[in-house]
Design a binder for this molecule. Structure first.
Ligand code: ADP
Length: 228
């Protein structure tokens, strides 16, 4: 199977698909958003600076996020099957990621672009509630994404919370930041021939089927075809 790098507008569903891959396959999940939020939760000075940026819908600096991701990649993800959720988010981050992966000899990667309309992404953000313990996200607007008991995480039993950047107003800014800084990466990866686009405005089962078809490398699909 291939390492997965997600490129998507905010609240497209990167986290939900990542949870599915972690639960069903051998993936290790690195979410830069979760990483930054845990720094914020620690109450450190750096956390306070990060909080100010996240809360107004801006990105943290390339320098900081590259430093954090580089250390995780080299120390925790190397040799494992991994998902990068939230990185890269700018062209300099994408270029640096290429450099890191090449230097680590990691070549079996797929970049998956999650295709979602602004209207749908807004609904996913505004209705989102997350578990502060395991980061699993739910959505109050969708039955299939609602917790079994209202306001409580199915897995941890703790009270779900709303992210400070999931208000309609901040979401608009995050989406604009995505258009300005992140969307140019789509062409960057298209030109490299490793971009797969998946329409995520369908049921979770349908999306999962498409994801599986792009993460399976050729050997696996050949094996599958033979055993069909
Ligand atoms: P979502 O997918 O819902 O937009 P994330 O949890 O991935 O949210 O990210 C939350 C916020 O964390 C972003 O809006 C941004 O402020 C910051 N962030 C996450 N990843 C990066 C990154 N690679 N570069 C800069 N900032 C980032």
């Amino acid at each position: 199977m291939k390492n997965v790098i997600f490129i998507a507008p905010p609240a497209a569903g990167k986290g939900t698909i990542s949870d599915y891959l972690v639960k069903n396959f051998n993936y290790v999940h690195l979410s830069t958003g979760d990483m930054l939020r845990s720094e914020v939760a620690s109450g450190s000075l750096l956390g306070k600076e990060i909080d100010a940026l996240i809360s107004k819908g801006s990105l943290v600096s390339d320098e900081l996020i590259i430093k954090l991701v580089e250390s995780k990649l080299k120390n925790e993800l190397f040799g494992k099957l991994f998902i990068l959720d939230g990185f890269p988010r700018t062209l300099p981050q994408a270029e640096k990621l290429d450099e890191m992966l090449i230097s680590m000899g990691v070549t079996n990667n797929v970049v998956i672009y999650l295709d979602v309309t602004l209207e749908e992404a807004t609904k996913r953000a505004v209705g989102r509630i997350v578990c502060p313990k395991c980061s699993r996200s739910y959505n109050v607007y969708y039955k299939e994404a609602s917790p079994l008991i209202e306001g409580i995480c199915d897995d941890c039993g703790v009270a779900l919370e709303k992210r400070s950047d999931d208000t309609e107003e901040t979401f608009k800014k995050r989406y604009q930041t995505y258009l300005d800084s992140t969307s140019p990466i789509i062409n960057y990866y298209k030109q490299k021939g490793i971009l797969e686009s998946i329409n995520v405005m369908r049921t979770q089962n349908e999306v999962a089927k498409d994801i599986l078809s792009v993460i399976n490398d050729e050997n696996v699909s050949v094996k599958r075809r033979k055993s069909d």
